[in-house]
Structures are given as structure tokens and as C-alpha cells.
Design a protein around this ligand. Structure first.
Ligand code: ADP
Ligand code: MG
Ligand code: ZN
Length: 609
């Protein structure tokens, strides 16, 4: 991709230069001009100099004598005269001149002009000159608006050989199809106009972070072969009120001139947030003005003119409804987390840039990386390549990739973290507790790996479960089993050590979240039937929820969540007690080996004593 416009230096830079110049002038030049240094000497010295004929010029005032010496660069002196009747004679005899020595006091008005007004004038003149030159460089008119602060800094992209293509985006087929239609429209508008079809004015890409929204937009730029204006929502947020709105106006003016073209506004939620009906705060004026301007501009041009507005966000629920109504962003393209196939494809796209061993099995990696976004997968491939370099190999192996999944999920191995023997024992039992409960329940995913090597994320160990195939639906039993598995770690500690530790905090958080969702969102309790008690407020960013029920109901929900977790905890305790022999055997094995595979685990579990 090739940028047409160079990023310009902010105007403030030139003012800064001007200011430095003025300060230099003021401190170095003016003081010399105006106050030449006068050396005070005593009367004796003056008389000696007179006798030695070293005085060149003298000026006698009532209570001070100014004089200069006879050197090449005469210095100026002053002395206080004594009541010396001989003074005139002495002066006469020394042969010095009688003349003005001290320069005339400067006219106070002139001095003021020189020290205060002149710098300011120079300052402004330089600033004007610079900004004038700048405007010329940018091709604006001679006066091109008083200042350039409000100019949109949208970068203009044109297609070039280096640009992204749709083939760089793996998976996301629906989104690609959608955007290809947009590109096709820009190339063959008559095909659509003949039937009377209008292109949507705005296309909004929504999805979790790292799923390739920005990447897709770049691919559109690469494929479209029309000018592509790209700007991030945060760039509209300006220092001065009204400037954001100005930028929007300017952006659309440029777009209209260059049509057919595409305007891409990334992270549109920064300017497109719901306007505040209550008028609280009052500090949102600027953002509101910007949004209003955007709405106005979107209404202002004809869809058939060939300006398509593309926007991306990962917080669609926060957008102002006015943005989403027909005629504005009327097409919403979901860019979701990749499924198994998608993950495999993304891994392959990124792995094409690294040297691979022959036995690499992308499917296995994709399965283990369930829930990872495109950005995380790209990161995994890179981590694997870095690991290969660290180990002095010339290619990436399956182990590199497997380890890199764990790096991205759990952080690096923390080699210098030393656990005491007792702690290692506890962590081993905790992890085996999870794994054993998972394995003993029919509906739980099989165990792939268990390790007690601490990670930089703070995890002291973990159990990796990998589903055989991609899951889209979860039954109530499966969710309950997941909760039981999460409580399995703590349950094992209780059974063996008769005490509990902080090691289960993450498990507790997850189990609570699951149990709560079962009650409030999945309608899985008899008491509340199919009633939604919570709504998701932040679908793509952590899935925050907001309670939507009476306080009494809320208390009841809490009780049911506690009951659900308690029941599953009890189940886990029972499962582990019934298999205490295996629990001990497996834990000792793990404690010795630090990391065991799913097969090793199953072998010991299925071995008959
Ligand atoms: P978003 O804008 O949705 O937050 P980005 O488009 O910035 O995500 O994606 C970040 C990086 O992740 C991309 O530069 C790319 O390397 C990688 N990536 C994400 N999704 C995909 C995908 N579907 N195919 C290939 N690479 C992807
Ligand atoms: Mg992005
Ligand atoms: Zn745990």
C-alpha cells in the first residue's frame, strides 16, 4: 500500500522554532547593544591612568566621571570624583578628549518596542511564513483557511502490489463475501443500477478484538482499486472543541471529490458512543458534535455516487442507535472468532512465512487453540519461530507450536520460580484433581496435558483439555460437568491435605461465572424457567453482564448459584474419594515428571491394579 500524502509536521512545531529564535535574539543580541558594560574604578586608579596617559575620552558629570582607556578595544569606566579643584588641569595635561562617553539613555518607548514588541512581531511573522509555506506544500489555496488544525489527517491509500489481498485473510468467508460485493459494486456500478439495487452506504464490521477487522478493511483497499481513506476514530478526538466535526466535514469533502472511493473509520466506537440523554457531565460536547457531523455527512451524499463507508468496532452495543438505522450503517458484518477450520487456515496463512518441519499437524494445533483469535494465532506462529531460533534450529517443529500455544495462553515458563517440595505436592494433587474429575465424567473433554511448571501468568500448573471436535451447543449436563471439573482441584486438596489453599482462585471465578450464566441467561433452572435475568452488555470484550431483575430475585439468583456450585463440588469430592488410589498414584507420577501427556495419564488411569 502506498500513501499519497506525507504526514505533515504539526504547526505547533514551527511556532516552537520561531520561539527559540526569538529567545536567542533576546538573550544574546539585545543586551550587548543596549548596555555595554561599565567598569567601576576608584578615583586613585583614575588618577594613575590619567598620569600614564591611558585615558582616551572623558565625560565629567556632576557626581560621576565616565571615561574610556586607550587600548584597541576601549573599555568603559566610571568613577566617583572627589572634590578635586585640579581635575580640569589634570585632564588637560593628560591630553584626553572631552566628549560623550556614555551612550545616550535609550528612549524608554523605543526600548520597550525593541525588547517586547519586536520579538512578538518576528514571532508572528515567522509563524505566518511557515504556515503559508506549509499550505502551499499541501496544495491548499493561498489562504486555505486561517489554520490547518481542523484538516482531516485521513491517510489515502491506493492499491499497489504490496497491498493486502483477500487471500491474506483466512476464514471469515461470510465477511469476505460481503465485502467483495462492495468492491464489485465500485467496479461495476451499472450492473446494480440497472436492476435498481442500491449499495448500502455503510458497512459495519463487528467482532471481538484480533479477529481481523482492520485486516479485512486493508484487504478491501488492496482489492478495490479505488482511493481508500483510512482514519481511526480516536483521530477525531481533538484538543479543541469543534475540530473533530471539522475533520469529519473535511474527510467527506475529500471523499466526495475522489468518488468512487472507500472511507474506513476504525474503532468507530470512540466517536460513535450513545449520546447522553441526561446531559450529565457536559464534557461530551465535542464528541457529540463530531458524531452529529458524521450523521449529517452520511445523510448528505447519495449512495449511488460510489462512496462506501466502512467502519469497525468491537463494542457494537455502545454505538448510538442513530448510526445503525437504515441509510447509515445498514449492513452489519459479523467478524467472529474463527472455528476449527478457520483456525487451521489462519495458522497456515501465517506459517507460510516460516520454515516448517515436515511433520507439522496444523489440525492438532488448531484444536488445542480453541477460542483463540486470529491475532493470537498469528502470535503463536511467531512465538514458535522464535523458540526454534532460541534452540538453534533452522525450522519450526510441532513441539514449538504446541509450546507456543501455552505461551500465548499461560505465559512463558518461569524457570527460576522454585516451589518447595510441599507446594509441588499440593499443585500436583490439585491438577490431577481437575484431570481425574474430567476423565471420570462421561461428558468432559479428554485431558491432553498436565503440567506443574509455573508460568509467568502466575499459574502454578494447569490441565489442558482438548475437545475432539468443535462444540457449538452445550447441554446442561456438560456445563455441570465443567463446573465439577473446575472444583476438582480444590476437592483433591481437601481430601489429601485436609486444608485448602489460594490455588483455586481462578477456578472459583470460572465456576461462578458458568453457574451464574446457567441461572440467569441459559434458562437452566426450574424456578426461573426461560426468563432472562441478565443481559450481556459487552459481548465481545469480556462479556460483562448487567442484572435486570428485582432485588429479591437477585438474592435468589445468588442462592441458586451457590447451590449449583456446591452440588458439583460435592460430586467432585465423591468421584475423587471413590478413586483415591488413582489420585495418589497419578499425583506422585506428575510430581516426579513435572509434565505428563494425556496418553500417560490415561494409561495409568486405565491400568488395573
Ligand atoms: P481487529 O482489527 O479485528 O482487532 P486485526 O485486523 O488488527 O484485528 O488483526 C490483527 C492481526 O491478526 C492481523 O494483522 C493478522 O496478522 C492477524 N489476523 C487476524 N485475523 C486474521 C485472519 N482471519 N486471517 C489471517 N490473519 C489474521
Ligand atoms: Mg482493529
Ligand atoms: Zn485449578
Amino acid at each position: 500500500m502506498q500513501k499519497i500524502e506525507k504526514p505533515k509536521k504539526p504547526l505547533i512545531f514551527y511556532y516552537f522554532v520561531a520561539m527559540v529564535v526569538v529567545i536567542l535574539l533576546n538573550t544574546l543580541l539585545f543586551p550587548r547593544l543596549m548596555h555595554q558594560e561599565i567598569t567601576q574604578v576608584d578615583y586613585g586608579t583614575f588618577l594613575t591612568m590619567l598620569e600614564n596617559k591611558e585615558v582616551a575620552v572623558a565625560q565629567v558629570e556632576q557626581d560621576v566621571i565616565y571615561f574610556t582607556d586607550t587600548s584597541e578595544e576601549p573599555g568603559m569606566y566610571a568613577t566617583i570624583p572627589f572634590n578635586d579643584p585640579d581635575l580640569v588641569n589634570r585632564l588637560w595635561e593628560s591630553g584626553c578628549m572631552f566628549a560623550q562617553v556614555k551612550p545616550q539613555e535609550m528612549n524608554p518607548i523605543l526600548s520597550f518596542l525593541l525588547t517586547f514588541i519586536l520579538p512578538v512581531v518576528i514571532f508572528i511573522a515567522i509563524g505566518q511564513l511557515m504556515s503559508r509555506a506549509l499550505m502551499k506544500k499541501l496544495g491548499g489555496g493561498p489562504m486555505g483557511g486561517a489554520m490547518q488544525f481542523g484538516k482531516s489527517s485521513a491517510k489515502v491509500y491506493i492499491a499497489s502490489e504490496t497491498g493486502m489481498k483477500f487471500t491474506d485473510v483466512a476464514g471469515e468467508d461470510e465477511a469476505k463475501e460481503n465485502l467483495m460485493e462492495v468492491v464489485d459494486f465500485l467496479h461495476n456500478p451499472q450492473k446494480y443500477q440497472e436492476i435498481g439495487a442500491k449499495m448500502p452506504k455503510g458497512v459495519l464490521l463487528v467482532g471481538p478484538p484480533g479477529t481481523g477487522k482492520t485486516l479485512l478493511a486493508k484487504a478491501v483497499a488492496g482489492e478495490a482499486g479505488v482511493p481508500f481513506f483510512s482514519i481511526s476514530g480516536s483521530e477525531f478526538v481533538e484538543m479543541f472543541v469543534g475540530m473533530g466535526a471539522n475533520k469529519v466535514r473535511d474527510l467527506f469533502k475529500q471523499a466526495n471529490e475522489k468518488a468512487p472511493c472507500i472511507v474506513f473509520i476504525d474503532e468507530i466506537d470512540t466517536i460513535g458512543k450513545k449520546r447522553d440523554a441526561s446531559g450529565m457531565g457536559g464534557g461530551n460536547d465535542e464528541r457529540e458534535q463530531t458524531l452529529n457531523q458524521l450523521l449529517t455527512e452520511m445523510d448528505g451524499f447519495e449512495g449511488s455516487k460510489g462512496v462506501v463507508i466502512l467502519a469497525a468496532t468491537n463494542r457494537p452495543e455502545t454505538l448510538d442507535p442513530a448510526l445503525l438505522r437504515p441509510g447509515r450503517f445498514d449492513r452489519r458484518v459479523p467478524v467472529e472468532l474463527p472455528d476449527l477450520q478457520g483456525r487451521e487456515a489462519i495458522l497456515k496463512v501465517h506459517a507460510a512465512r516460516v520454515k516448517l518441519a515436515e511433520n507439522v499437524d496444523f489440525n492438532a494445533i488448531a484444536r488445542a487453540a480453541s477460542g483463540a483469535s486470529g491475532a493470537e494465532l498469528a502470535n503463536m506462529v511467531n512465538e514458535a519461530a522464535l523458540r526454534a531460533v532460541r534452540q538453534g534450529r533452522k525450522f519450526v517443529t510441532q513441539e514449538d507450536l504446541q509450546e507456543s500455544i501455552e505461551v500465548v495462553i499461560a505465559g512463558y515458563q518461569k524457570k527460576n520460580k522454585i516451589l518447595s517440595d510441599h507446594e509441588r505436592m499440593i499443585v500436583s494433587y490439585h491438577e490431577i484433581g481437575h484431570a481425574l474429575v474430567a476423565a471420570l465424567q462421561t461428558h468432559s473433554a479428554p485431558v491432553a496435558k498436565i503440567t506443574i511448571i509455573p508460568r509467568t501468568s502466575g499459574a502454578l500448573g494447569y490441565t489442558m483439555q482438548v475437545e475432539q471436535e468443535e462444540r457449538n451447543l452445550m447441554s446442561r449436563e456438560e456445563l455441570e460437568n465443567q463446573i465439577a471439573t473446575l472444583t476438582g482441584g480444590r476437592a483433591a486438596e481437601e481430601i489429601v491435605f485436609h486444608s485448602i489453599t489460594t490455588g483455586a482462585s481462578n477456578d472459583i471465578e470460572k465456576a461462578t461465572k458458568l453457574a451464574r450464566a446457567m441461572v440467569t441467561r441459559y434458562g437452566m433452572t426450574d424456578d426461573f424457567d426461560m426468563v432472562a435475568l441478565e443481559t450481556v452488555t459487552n459481548q465481545y470484550m469480556g462479556g460483562d453482564t448487567a442484572l435486570a431483575c428485582a432485588p429479591e430475585t437477585s438474592a435468589k439468583i445468588d442462592q441458586m448459584v451457590v447451590d449449583t456450585v456446591k452440588t458439583q463440588h460435592g460430586k467432585a469430592l465423591k468421584l475423587l474419594k471413590d478413586n483415591e488410589g488413582k489420585l495418589h498414584e497419578l499425583s506422585k507420577f506428575l510430581c516426579e515428571k513435572e509434565t505428563i501427556t494425556g496418553e500417560e495419564f490415561m494409561r495409568i488411569l486405565e491400568k488395573k491394579d
